[in-house]
Design a protein around this ligand. Structure first.
Ligand SMILES: [Zn+2]
Length: 370
């Protein structure tokens, strides 16, 4: 999932994301809550309509962003007091409030409010953090079940589907009404995923996974990884947790990773991942290619007429040279971030496409001939 923090995958227009084959993007609850505000987005029909993204959307709970504020936050059993990084104003997020905000935003998938355990954390700290995460998971789920019908697009969807009108292309524009169905069936609302925490303690991870599965979420995420720990530890925590999560529900590892990592995790059975890396690295001139990482700022590319990645057929590699991308970066042109991001996203989405294809082939080979 490309990350669209502020309702935009930075520097990449929505139609370009569509042509790259992105099926779902992520929005950050904390940022959208502060600006433009979840009630404003609700009044405009929800995040899909506001940003004109007629495909799937996921919002995080805001917990991770609040966790990143460090000195600006104070955690209690009820929730988290924090100060806005923008203007220092005071805010209080509870599990119930996080869910209310996410219902107002109206993404297809919401996340339970959790406390992301920092790394390193000793066992007592990880246990305490886990206790909070599990209590908040319960509160998130109860509140979600009681209020999910308040999602801004629920009513329209319900009416449309009851008419028996076939779905029409979901294209929204300024002043254009929501004329299409959303979701596969009438009366459908959002989904809520629980988040497994437990620091770097395998038994805490397993315990958390089992408790969350008993609560019966629509899907499960493994959070609190890629927070500074060595990669072997990330892998170990995923390997310990994944078998405890049901195979017939989406399993999502949050905040990973490098190209080789996402391929490895996908082959282990992870269904979803999100990471700012492809777009953030792109804006700093780092391109992921079939030949490895390429820093486009390097002088060696000053007159390199070759494509950024000879094995890539994305719209950037088909049209522009390394020399041109380096020049754009060098002159701080806005197009630089756009072109670099498009290539990196194409590279990441290409990896997942190949994984899906090879899994489909494997499944076919396992199916006996009729
Ligand atoms: Zn490319």
């Amino acid at each position: 999932m490309p990350v669209g923090t502020q309702g935009t995958v930075k520097a990449v227009p929505q139609d370009t994301l569509e042509s790259l084959g992105a099926q779902i993007i992520l929005g950050n609850t904390y940022h959208l809550y502060l600006r433009p505000g979840h009630e404003a987005i609700r009044r405009m029909g929800g995040l899909h309509k506001f940003i004109s993204w007629p495909h799937a959307l996921l919002t995080d709970s805001g917990g991770f962003q609040v966790f990143s504020l460090n000195e600006l936050r104070k955690v209690s059993d009820d929730g988290v007091h924090f100060r806005s990084h923008l203007d220092g104003s005071s805010h209080f997020f509870t599990p119930q409030h996080s869910i209310d905000v996410q219902i107002a935003l109206g993404a297809d998938i919401c996340m339970a409010f959790d406390e992301c355990t920092e790394y390193p954390a000793d066992r007592a700290r990880a246990e305490e953090s886990l206790r909070l995460t599990m209590a908040w998971a319960r509160r998130s789920l109860d509140h979600f079940r009681a209020h999910r019908h308040e999602v801004p697009w629920h009513e329209q969807e319900f009416l449309q589907n009851n008419d028996g009108v076939p779905p029409v292309p979901r294209i929204w524009g300024p002043g254009r009404p929501l004329t299409s169905t959303y979701g596969p069936s009438a009366g459908r609302t959002q989904s809520l995923f629980g988040i497994v925490q437990g620091g770097m303690y395998a038994d805490l991870r397993r315990q958390c996974a089992e408790r969350l599965v008993e609560m019966d979420f629509d899907g499960y995420a493994i959070g609190g990884l890629s927070v500074g720990e060595p990669r072997e530890l990330t892998l170990e925590m995923i390997a310990e947790t994944l078998p405890r999560l049901p195979k017939d529900k989406p399993r999502y590892v949050m905040g990973v990773g490098y190209p080789d990592e996402i391929e490895q995790y996908a082959r282990m059975g992870v269904d979803m991942m999100d990471c700012v890396l492809p777009t953030r690295a792109a804006r700093h001139g780092l391109l992921f290619t079939s030949e490895g990482r390429l820093n486009i700022k390097n002088k060696q590319y000053a007159e390199d007429q070759g494509p950024p990645d000879p094995a890539c057929d994305c719209m950037v590699c088909r049209r522009y040279s390394r020399a041109y991308l380096r020049h754009l970066m060098h002159t701080s042109e806005a197009l630089s971030g756009t072109l670099n991001s498009i290539h990196n996203l194409a590279y990441y989405l290409g990896i997942m496409l190949r994984v899906r294809d090879s899994l489909a082939t494997e499944i076919q080979s396992l199916t006996p001939d009729p």
